[in-house]
Structures are given as structure tokens and as C-alpha cells.
Design a protein around this ligand. Structure first.
Ligand code: GLN
Length: 237
């Protein structure tokens, strides 16, 4: 059976491990680069992205994490994990913070505000109903949550939600000699998929709803089937 790694430096990795156990999947905690060699897919949990980045740096994990994302094996980032996977992060305290990258999007680290503005809301996610049947909504738990401001053309948007009323305006600083932009849309993206990467701004591992974890396991099965097909192709040629 597939082995799901859970990056266990900081944050809600215990909750992800428990969610995997609930659906009978094999999860292992990952703290060292060499452990990435023994897993078929990886979850990067929520927590505090600056702290997590410091720990990842301390353990010299960034090159190995980038390599893992590049293998095409499934990777799922929740909340701080989403920030890790983004190609670009804006918002307070982003300066100098190292990212793994791979997901073609701009993320705002604290779009929904501080701890006090944490909230829960019902999200519409058509893909959940497609894959699982039943309801197309899920409970989104947002804790000091980030949001995705912009996505590249290969990114599939799975869910968005309204920008809370009274949200101060946000400027997207390009940093590349281009003009800064003010984010003026009334909805913001909170779940995406791009190839092997799944990312959610909220925390399915803090609910009893296992559909997101099952969906991620399905991505794992798809990618193993692909790898097998490629192998038999090259063996027969
Ligand atoms: N905004 C947080 C950060 O910058 C993420 C919060 C979370 O993962 N719950 O890391």
C-alpha cells in the first residue's frame, strides 16, 4: 500500500496522521531529507510558515522538498503548507521567507487576518461530489488563514469564498519591475489543484470529514498507475 509522508516539523501533523489512520492509510512522519525517499506522497500541514521554514532550513530540507515536488508524486499543502508550495507569497513577514514552490500562484499569508478572525464556513466544492457522490459542500476551518490571490493557467480552482466585509485592501507587490496591483475582487481562491499538487487554505484534518484525505489518496493511486504504465512502456520498447 502507498505510504503517505506527513512533514512533522511543526503544526497540525498529528491531526493529519489521525485522519490517515481513520481511512486505513499508512502515514509516516517525515523530519529528515532521506525519509522523503521512502514515501509515495507528502502532506505539508498547517502551522506557522515562518517557524516551519526555519525548521526546514535547519534540517536542510528545502532542496529535498523541491526535488520531491519535481518527481510528480502527489503533494498536499494545507494552510501554512499551501504557503510553502506557492511560487510567490505576499503579506506581512514574507520578506526573505524561503518557499518550496511548484504551485503557480500568488498566496497572501494572512489574508483572513489574525487568530481572532479565524472562522468556519460552508464551501462549495463540486469536485468532492464528482469523486465521492453526495454533497458538494464541505466545512472549511480557517485559522489565521492564507488565500490565493492569483493562479496560473494550469491551476484548477476547486473552491473559492467571499472576501470578508471590511477586509482592508491588499496590494500585490510584483517585485519584478511591474506595477503593483490592488486586489479588488469580491471572492478569493481557497483550494486548488495543479497536476500532482493539491492545496487548501483551510484545515480538513481538523474535521471528521475524510473526503479530502481520500481524494488525496486517489491522486496517489493515479500517479502510481501512471508510473507503472510508463515502466511497462519502457520495458516493452
Ligand atoms: N498564516 C499562517 C502562516 O503564515 C498560516 C496559518 C495556518 O497554517 N493555520 O504561516
Amino acid at each position: 500500500a502507498a505510504v503517505v509522508g506527513v512533514l512533522a516539523l511543526q503544526g497540525s501533523y498529528n491531526e493529519h496522521m489521525a485522519a490517515l489512520r481513520r481511512i486505513g492509510a499508512k502515514g509516516v512522519e517525515v523530519r529528515k531529507a532521506e525519509q522523503l525517499l521512502g514515501i509515495d506522497s507528502l502532506i505539508i500541514p498547517g502551522g506557522e510558515s515562518t517557524t516551519m521554514a526555519k525548521l526546514a532550513n535547519f534540517h536542510n530540507l528545502f532542496p529535498a522538498l523541491r526535488e520531491f515536488v519535481g518527481t510528480g508524486k502527489p503533494v498536499w499543502g494545507t494552510c501554512a503548507g499551501l504557503i510553502f508550495l506557492a511560487d510567490k507569497a505576499v503579506g506581512q513577514k514574507t520578506g526573505g521567507q524561503e518557499l518550496v514552490g511548484g504551485l503557480d500562484c500568488t498566496v497572501h499569508r494572512n489574508f483572513f487576518g489574525s487568530q481572532l478572525q479565524s472562522f468556519e464556513t460552508e464551501l462549495s466544492v463540486p469536485m468532492l461530489a464528482e469523486k465521492e457522490g453526495g454533497s458538494n459542500t464541505c466545512r472549511g476551518v480557517f485559522i489565521r488563514a492564507p488565500a490565493i490571490l492569483e493562479v496560473g493557467q494550469d491551476v484548477e480552482v476547486l473552491a473559492d469564498c467571499p472576501v470578508p466585509a471590511g477586509r482592508p485592501s491588499i496590494t500585490i507587490t510584483s517585485g519584478e519591475g511591474l506595477e503593483d496591483q490592488v486586489y479588488s475582487k469580491d471572492r478569493v481562491i481557497v483550494a486548488v489543484r495543479q497536476g500532482n499538487i493539491l492545496a487548501t487554505a483551510f484545515h480538513p484534518e481538523l474535521t471528521s470529514d475524510s473526503r479530502w484525505h481520500r481524494l488525496f489518496l486517489d491522486m496517489d493511486k493515479e500517479s502510481q498507475a501512471k508510473a507503472l504504465a510508463a515502466l511497462s512502456l519502457s520495458a516493452s520498447s
